[in-house]
Design a protein around this ligand. Structure first.
Ligand SMILES: [Zn+2]
Length: 356
């Protein structure tokens, strides 16, 4: 969100309006019952990325986020550990019991179990449902507000928000599918997951991330998810990515639904690479596609500057823009393209946990 050209007074005013709209959207998107047990009432602060991971990269109680990179004057630029990536959609009991396997450091000594990966997918889906449902309401609220201003604004509002609202609704629907499948596998020993890679480094990288990415293209320019395919049967296939900074180590995991067919070529290429090449690609995937990562405040200005370009280039793969095409999207998301993004998985960027 850009504040270019705004006076300080206008920034304060816009920030106030934005806060009010976000607050209203959150209120309207609020669930009535826990998404796991169905109990009515109180939700707790659920962390997407486990707190024990964030603790390994925190500095003075703070972390950098996507907003630091885009240098938004309208949104808060850093996060405290207690509010980094939290959502309110499940109760305290469920939050404390359903994710126990993946939320402990010892679990990453060896390749994570499918049970852990299922829990990661479920937590990610819950966070994304929460996030996208609020976004839908936020766009709806903003559209209403604009329409109330005048008929001219009303026309603009339709152009600006209609595509965004439909795209977000589709995101929500797809998140529910992942939520349904991972919730149904919570208590069985069977699995729907296929691990693509697990890398464990013996130092702490300055980044934490957990999310699912709809890769547009793989490593040979092949199309994985065609965002311009409007066939109702066409489903997005997601790549699940987790980067967990540990004490003196980092765990980096890629996995997919074992029924996904469109990642076969990508998998073949990425598993044959050296670990350094693979991690460079994973680093690119995170910065070219996502915004839910947390970074250590120990990163220097030059590195932050290097990460700003991809953050600013970040385009929503699901924004429907008639001028764009599959071919352009493949170009925009080419993982091999000539763009310099600091590879935070290199040892030179490693960090030490804050002394207490
Ligand atoms: Zn519950």
């Amino acid at each position: 969100m850009s504040a270019d050209g705004l006076t300080p007074e206008k920034i304060i005013e816009t920030r106030k309006t934005l806060n009010r709209l976000i607050k209203n959207a959150m209120k309207k998107a609020r669930h009535k019952e826990c998404m796991l047990c169905g109990k009515k009432g109180g939700f707790c602060d659920s962390h997407t990325i486990p707190k024990f991971c964030l603790k390994n990269i925190v500095w003075n109680g703070k972390l950098n986020s996507f907003n630091t990179l885009i240098d938004s004057k309208l949104l808060s630029n850093d996060s405290g550990i207690s509010n980094a990536g939290i959502f309110h959609i499940i109760c305290k009991e469920c939050d404390g019991s359903a994710f126990q396997d993946y939320e402990k450091a010892e679990a990453y000594e060896t390749c994570p179990t499918e049970k852990m990966l299922n829990q990661i997918a479920l937590k990610t889906a819950l966070r994304d449902i929460y996030k996208h449902e609020i976004e839908v309401k936020l766009f709806e609220e903003s559209m209403l507000e604009m329409k109330e201003k005048s008929p001219v604004w009303s026309l603009f509002a339709n152009i600006i928000f209609d595509a965004q609202i439909s795209a977000r609704k589709l995101d929500v629907q797809e998140c529910y599918e992942i939520y349904d499948i991972s919730k149904s596998f919570l208590t069985t020993s069977e699995s729907w997951i296929k691990v693509i890679s697990y890398d464990r480094l013996n130092y702490t990288c300055p980044i934490a991330f957990q999310g699912m990415v709809p890769l547009v293209t793989g490593l040979d320019g092949e199309i994985i998810n065609d965002n311009f395919n409007y066939n109702l049967d066409y489903k997005t296939e997601y790549l699940h990515v987790a980067v967990f900074p540990l004490k003196d180590a980092t765990a980096v995991i890629l996995f997919v639904n074992s029924k996904s067919t469109r990642y076969m070529k990508f998998e073949e290429r990425i598993t044959r690479m050296t670990q350094e090449q693979r991690l460079e690609i994973i680093n690119r995937i995170i910065f070219l596609y996502t915004e839910d990562y947390y970074l250590s405040k120990q990163l220097d200005d030059e590195t932050i500057k290097g990460l700003q370009e991809p953050a600013r280039l970040l385009q929503d793969p699901f924004t429907i823009n008639p001028k764009r095409s599959t071919r352009n999207a493949v170009k925009d998301y080419d993982l091999r393209r000539d763009i310099c993004i600091p590879n935070l998985f290199l040892k030179e960027y490693s960090v030490k946990a804050e002394e207490k």
